[in-house]
Design a protein around this ligand. Structure first.
Ligand SMILES: Cc1cc2nc3c(=O)[nH]c(=O)nc-3n(C[C@H](O)[C@H](O)[C@H](O)COP(=O)(O)O)c2cc1C
Length: 187
């Protein structure tokens, strides 16, 4: 095994953070890693908004939480069960006390393919630096709010990917859910 594969294997969604801020040089390294992901025709159709203001992260969580609860009412049972377990352990069911939340903002023909790769680069680079991450779909639930649009400077046609919650894990890196073996056909 090499370090890249070890790192891929060791990444797990982290939902418990100790509140330590992420130093600027580390944030820079994560954003640089994001920016190096492959993109259609090298278009780099993205920009990154890193929210580190704890008050604003709290505000974002507060905006999302009621929508999240409503959305969960019609969620598949498997997700309801999973979230029940998670919610029982956390006080913030959206960002889990993360020190930073990264909104990957993209626009353009290939951004639906490119931006998730930038997200993955952030998560893998974070893991390699001992930082936990979690892609938080529920964090999208606030991006329609004027205040959030303004803060993110969202322009017509731009979409948000992630957001990615980041922070130092409070209880180490969890084992994570079991994975089915890959279904592979070789021709
Ligand atoms: C598109 C996407 C959306 C996700 N949204 C959430 C979310 O809103 N909240 C959350 O806690 N985890 C979220 N996750 C994390 C998944 O639950 C997690 O990746 C999955 O359970 C597998 O666990 P692992 O990341 O530890 O391998 C999301 C992951 C992806 C890829």
């Amino acid at each position: 095994m090499n370090q890249v594969i070890e790192n891929i294997r060791a990444r797990r969604s982290v939902r418990s953070f100790d509140g330590r801020p992420i130093p600027k040089d580390v944030v820079d390294a994560l954003m640089d890693s994001a920016n190096l992901a492959p993109t259609g025709a090298n278009s780099q159709p993205w920009r990154f908004v890193v929210v580190q203001d704890p008050g604003f992260i709290k505000k974002l969580s507060g905006l999302c939480e009621p929508r999240y609860r409503k959305w969960m009412e019609n969620a598949p049972q498997q997700l309801k069960d999973m979230r029940k377990e998670i919610d029982a352990k956390v006080s913030d069911p959206i960002y889990y006390g993360a020190s930073a939340v990264v909104f990957v903002v993209g626009k353009g023909m290939t951004s639906d393919f490119d931006c998730p790769m930038a997200c993955q680069n952030i998560m893998l680079a974070a893991r390699s630096l001992g930082i936990g991450s979690c892609w938080v779909f529920f964090g999208q639930m606030a991006v329609g709010e004027d205040e959030v649009k303004k803060a993110l400077e969202l322009q017509e046609g731009e979409k948000v990917y992630g957001p990615i919650a980041l922070g130092y894990p409070k209880e180490g890196f969890p084992e994570g859910p079991p994975k089915r073996p890959a279904s592979v056909k070789i021709i």
